[in-house]
Unconditional design. Structure first.
Length: 371
């Protein structure tokens, strides 16, 4: 016998096996349904050429829908693009992550390699010229010579903006402090549309519109802020957004940056604020929860009063989303329930980023049927 983490395990010579296929949300049916719902208009993706992805705000609904369609195409038949059509062959990605990351960094790297490209990874600012006082503008000039696209995560919200003026290759914001995380928002909405593809139709019947509960603090959490901003481009799919917060830790008047709530409401969103998670759950089609806010080089935890567990009164057929990594706010007892779509959310982010990267380096013509 051997002891591991205080658990005694019996020696066993039998093999430990795994199931190669998970729930259908990890398979091909859901992306295929979405693929069949969105009509292809490849011209909309041409707008991504020579464009940086710093914020979700410049993206129009049609461009986003076409990105989701291309992501669904990749996810429905990954072997076609990984083994036979590798559109990023000869291209180099610079992954510059100066803040801890698992999913985002690995998913960008995985997305690029799946499409035939190569990557350079920088995970510590101290290993670059920045540690010697080199300006971000000069770093950007060097990146022009070494790669075809940059993905940057930096705790300094202004760093990506300083680099855009010098770059002649596209840069993608993978999280800039508490400001934004645009590709996470894309992955979040892509997951929602896979779950209910009819939301991607040009006109959504009012009876089909959904109610989303967002457990988090938009003024401090970049994932929550970015999610609300991308949803503001599709107000027709929503009956209501309920922002659920701990009113003792985060009073209602601190939840949004000045003018942000008014901007979202002007875009057509119906937003309500609540402090009672359990009372809201029976009416929510989607529950999105986050507890981490990155501040400087560290993080804060918000909403300690809220914890999602399998015994709560979830609406039948509803789903739970989380940008991960999770803490105690999302219990593992939900993992084996139909409400768990957060693992599908993480998986789908790879295919969403595959679609985005293909377009940003002007290789969309290799994977679109009509463009």
């Amino acid at each position: 016998m051997r002891q591991v983490d205080s658990c005694v395990l019996e020696r066993d010579n039998s093999p430990i096996r795994f199931a190669p296929l998970g729930p259908d949300v990890f398979g091909r049916t859901q992306p295929q349904l979405l693929l069949g719902t969105i009509e292809e208009h490849g011209e909309a993706l041409l707008d991504l050429i020579d464009q940086h992805v710093v914020s979700i705000m410049p993206f129009g609904p049609e461009t986003l829908l076409q990105l989701f369609r291309l992501a669904a195409k990749y996810e429905s038949n990954p072997d076609r693009y990984i083994r036979h059509n590798t559109p990023l062959t000869g291209k180099i990605l610079i992954n510059a992550f100066y803040e801890p990351s698992t999913r985002t960094r690995l998913s960008f790297d995985s997305a690029w390699h799946r499409l035939g490209g190569n990557s350079i990874n920088i995970t510590d600012r101290s290993t670059t010229g920045i540690a010697k006082g080199e300006s971000l503008e000069d770093v950007a000039h060097m990146f022009n010579n070494y790669g075809d696209c940059v993905v940057l995560r930096d705790s300094d919200p202004s760093a990506i903006y300083k680099m855009t003026g010098s770059l002649r290759i596209p840069i993608i914001n993978a999280g800039n402090g508490i400001d934004e995380h645009p590709t996470q928002a894309m992955a979040d909405l892509y997951t929602i549309l896979k779950w209910r593809p009819r939301l991607a139709l040009p006109d959504v019947d009012p009876a089909d519109r959904i109610r989303i509960g967002v457990v988090g603090v938009p003024s401090k959490m970049r994932t929550v802020r970015s999610l609300l901003r991308i949803l503001s481009k599709f107000p027709g799919i929503l009956a209501e957004i309920v922002v659920i917060h701990d009113d003792q830790a985060d009073p209602a008047d601190t939840l949004f940056e000045p003018g942000e709530l008014e901007q979202l409401e002007a875009a057509g969103l119906n937003i309500r604020i609540s402090g009672d998670l359990q009372a809201e759950l029976p009416q929510l089609d989607v529950t999105y929860i986050n507890a981490i806010a990155w501040v400087g080089d560290s993080y804060e935890v918000h909403g300690n009063r809220f914890r999602l567990t399998s015994d709560l009164p979830f609406k039948e057929g509803s789903i739970v989303l989380h940008p991960l990594a999770r803490g105690p706010e999302l219990s593992t007892c939900l993992d084996d329930t139909p409400h768990n779509w957060y693992f599908s959310q993480a998986r789908g982010a790879v295919f969403l980023r595959m679609a985005l990267l293909t377009c940003m380096v002007d290789r969309a013509d290799r994977v679109m049927d009509v463009i």
